[in-house]
Write a protein that binds this ligand. Structure first.
Ligand SMILES: *Cc1c(COP(=O)(O)O)cnc(C)c1O
Length: 392
């Protein structure tokens, strides 16, 4: 079949037609168990009735006005996000990259306000922050940057989960104004840092008057068992970005700010035509209401633990398993060998998974996944992994 789509993605040969909860059906009628959720987006599963109803009702009333007017649903959604996060205010975007663009602009303007001429932001190796020019420049993956120079300047890169490297970067450069990091690196291979890493970043930022900016685009909205991953550490960032699961598939992102950071972006300094429009906000409000009503944060914590325990049991003694790790429903199985071939084999077996950084199987199941589906996920994937490693 010929396609006029720009070939920016190496796509798997499957076309889905409909979904329900953790199930998807392709155009041949074959059923798949979704353990990826469109990459941490459909946390409530597919065709969730609350989101469906919100979209139907709102699209019959008002889809879009403009941010030159007040938008009641946007104000409500901001209030809900503030309650849940402990932050002070919100800028709405349409995607994760745009939320991070807002954060990067905010950090630079904060720096200029302090009289720093060339403000720089500390970023991490193996990070992922998006595909726009500023966010790919912040991203710590040469493949994402290849061919797109000149990159946006003003990023100082250090190894992830290495506080000494951050301290050295701060004292080595007089122009650092912020630190941008993921609480757990998603694209980088489900890298979970030391338990007190975020606390230490928080102290360094307090000590040196820097903004702590956490990219919660993949970890946020309940994925790790708390609303935001930083809540495991009992800290608050100065800036926090969110997108993916906020609208359960309806494009919406947000940049949240607190304290001095909340006063930086003033009228006329930033904007978005679509950002926070009534339709997208109605979906996000339905998502937040459902997370609460259905107890899905606690569910993410216990189901993630059950899934990991399952894999640990099934794969015990397999010498090719380096590590099985998780925080809530963000799960990584690291092999000692490249295993991207498993994605196609799993698809064949009716299971959707992902592999990042070649050797890390990444699972991001919908938080609504039930007991039987969890057993099927663990059983099917464990067998595939065992068969795969037996051939090595
Ligand atoms: C997906 C992702 C982004 C980019 O979000 P888009 O909506 O694709 O622009 C940024 N940061 C992290 C951590 C992500 O997982």
């Amino acid at each position: 079949m010929s396609s006029h789509i720009m070939p920016t993605y190496g796509r798997l040969a499957v076309t889905f037609e409909r979904g329900e909860g953790a199930w998807l059906w392709d155009d041949q009628g074959k059923r798949y168990l979704d353990a990826l959720s469109g990459i941490a987006v459909c946390n409530l599963g597919h065709a969730h009735p609350a989101v469906h109803q919100a979209l139907c009702e709102q699209s019959g009333k008002l889809v879009h006005t403009s941010n030159i007017y007040r938008i009641a649903l946007q104000e409500q959604l901001a209030n809900r996000l503030i309650e849940k996060s402990g932050m002070d205010n919100v800028f709405f975007s349409n995607s994760g990259a745009e939320a991070n663009e807002a954060a990067i602009k905010l950090a630079r303007k904060y720096g200029h306000g302090l009289g720093v001429e060339n403000p720089a932001i500390i970023v991490m190796e193996k990070s992922f922050h998006g595909r726009t020019l500023a966010t790919l420049s912040a991203t710590g993956n040469p493949k994402v940057q290849q061919g797109f120079g000149p990159l946006v300047e003003g990023f100082i890169r250090v190894p992830y989960n290495d506080i000494g490297a951050v301290e050295a970067a701060i004292s080595g450069h007089g122009n650092i104004v912020a630190i941008l990091a993921e609480p757990i690196q998603g694209e980088g291979g489900v890298n979970i840092p030391a338990a007190d890493y975020l606390n230490q970043l928080r102290s360094l930022c307090d000590q040196h008057n820097l903004l702590l900016m956490l990219d919660e685009i993949q970890t946020g909205i309940g994925r790790t068992g708390k609303f935001f991953a930083y809540q495991h550490n009992g800290i608050l960032p100065d800036v926090c970005t969110v997108a993916k699961a906020l609208g359960n598939g309806v494009p919406i992102g947000a940049c949240l700010a607190r304290g001095k950071a909340a006063e930086v972006l003033t009228a006329g300094t930033h904007g978005s035509t679509f950002g926070g429009n009534p339709l997208a906000c109605s979906a996000a409000l339905a998502v937040l209401a459902t997370l609460d009503a259905d107890g899905l944060l606690a569910a993410a914590a216990s189901k993630g633990a059950a899934i990991c325990a399952g894999f640990t049991g099934h794969l015990q003694g397999n010498p090719h398993i380096v590590d099985i790790r998780h925080k809530g429903m963000m799960i990584g199985i690291e092999l000692d060998t490249p295993c991207t071939g498993l994605v196609g084999q799993a698809l064949e077996a009716g299971l959707l998974i992902n592999v990042t950084y070649e050797k890390n199987i990444r699972l991001l199941p919908p938080l609504i996944m039930d007991e039987l589906q969890i057993q099927q996920l663990v059983g099917t994937l464990s067998s595939l992994i065992s068969a795969f490693t037996a051939q090595l």
